[in-house]
Structure formats: structure tokens, C-alpha cells
Design a protein around this ligand. Sequence first.
Ligand SMILES: Nc1ncnc2c1ncn2[C@@H]1O[C@H](COP(=O)(O)OP(=O)(O)OP(=O)(O)O)[C@@H](O)[C@H]1O
Ligand SMILES: [Mg+2]
Length: 257
Amino acid sequence: MKREIETLKNYISEEKDRKIFAQVFDANAVMAIHVLATRGLFDLLEFVVSTGKEAHVFRATDVSGNYRAVKLYKIETSDFRNMQKYIVGDRRFKSIGSDKRSIVYAWVRKEYKNLVLASEAKARVPLPLGFKDNALVMEFIGSNGKAAPRLKDFKVESIEQLEGFYLQTIEFMARMFYGAGIVHADLSEYNALVNDNELVFIDLGQAVLRTHPSAREFFERDVKNVADFYSKKGLRKSFEEVYGAVKAKGKETKKKK
Ligand SMILES: Nc1ncnc2c1ncn2[C@@H]1O[C@H](COP(=O)(O)OP(=O)(O)OP(=O)(O)O)[C@@H](O)[C@H]1O
Ligand SMILES: [Mg+2]
């Protein structure tokens, strides 16, 4: 294992990132990264794009130079009690252990599956590429290798552009709910990236099936966050208006089928 870890350090190019490596990669994480790399999903873990409470996100490249995002969940500091709220009640995850590690692994599997469902329903999310234990590999969202900014940090250029983002938000919420049958459950300007004038929803670990007992509560919280954000930016959207717009979009989508 020691040798394995030494080899894996070579996957990381920058000294400062090797330090993070030492903090976050326990033996299990190293193995997970190794398995994903040998599957060809990426070749080099380059640098950390974001370090958060729950997860680290790295930019990686594959042998052909394509960028990838690798999200690695922490086991120790993850709020696994909170995670349980979004796992218990989801019929896809009935029999999982109650220890931290099992919950985090289930979470990663859930995030992967949610990304698959959302992309099949054509809600714009990073394309999922693979997962193992607490590591998830997906499409890297950004241009020229630079990660796309969050909607929260993006400097909106005009009211028309903001209106465009609002319409995309409604469209993706409807596609997720009516097409994929899931609710994001943590939707806000923090979990949407802006890439070439296009929104991309990220961070789908907590997303639940719309049959989940708390799906309605989570959906309404998403609607509220969306209404609050666009109102703050000057579009004046009420909870009812956003709610109604998603529903109307959903009906339209069903008719088209
Ligand atoms: N596919 C991706 N492509 C480019 N950047 C990404 C991608 N996924 C995540 N990021 C970046 O990493 C950040 C954190 O990702 P995400 O929201 O999925 O994690 P999180 O669970 O909120 O982590 P935490 O809250 O612990 O930081 C995002 O705000 C974004 O900047
Ligand atoms: Mg997030």
C-alpha cells in the first residue's frame, strides 16, 4: 500500500496539492482513485478546484488531454446524519449500513445515479463517467481548462441574460421532476455553474426520487431558493410564480412526448 501511495503521488503535479493529498487520501481513497485511473477515466489528478466541508473537487486529465472533474468525499467530516435524511426513504437505497463509510459510499452512488437520470432527461448537469467508493468522476464544466463560475459569483451582464438563466432554471427543474422523476433538494445559486451563457446544475448527491416522503418539502425549498435569488437580482419572482412555471413547463414536456 505504501508503494501504491507513493506511485499515486506522481499523479499530482503541484507541491501544494500534494499537501492536500496527504490530508485527504487515506488508503481507501487512494485505492478508489487508482481503480478509476486504471479504468481509463483519467490519467492525472492535476489540482484542487474546490475544497469544501464535504468534498474536494479536482481537475484531472485523461490520456488524450480531456479534462475531468473528480469529486472525492471526506469520510470523517461528512455530516452523515444529515445525509441519512436524503437516503432513508429513497427506494433505490434500502439496505445500506449505518456507519459513516457506508453512508458516504451510498451517497456517491446516489449522486452518480441522479446525474445519469438528470442527463437522460436533458437537464444540463455534468455527464457522469464513473465512481468507486467515495470518488466520483464526471465531465469538467469550464472553458479552456478553467472551472466555470457559480451562478452566485457570476457577474450578470444584462436583464435579458438573467431572464435567460431563469428560463433555463425552470426548464431544468421541470425536466428533472417530470422527466427524470427527481428533486434536486439543494438547488440554489451555489449549485449552478455558468458555462458559456448556459446553466449547469451540479451537486446532485442529495437529490431524491419524487416519491420520497420529503420530496415535496425539498421541492418547495428549491422553488423558494430560486424565487429568492432571481428576485434579489431584480426579476421579482414569487414562490407561486416559480412553482407554477415549473408545473406548466412539465405539462408542456409531457404533451410533446
Ligand atoms: N463537474 C465540475 N466541473 C467543474 N467544477 C466543478 C464540477 N463539480 C464541482 N465543481 C466545483 O466544485 C465546487 C464544489 O462542488 P459541489 O457543489 O458538487 O460540492 P459540495 O458537495 O457542495 O462540496 P462542499 O459543500 O463540501 O464544498 C463547485 O462549486 C464548483 O466550483
Ligand atoms: Mg455544492
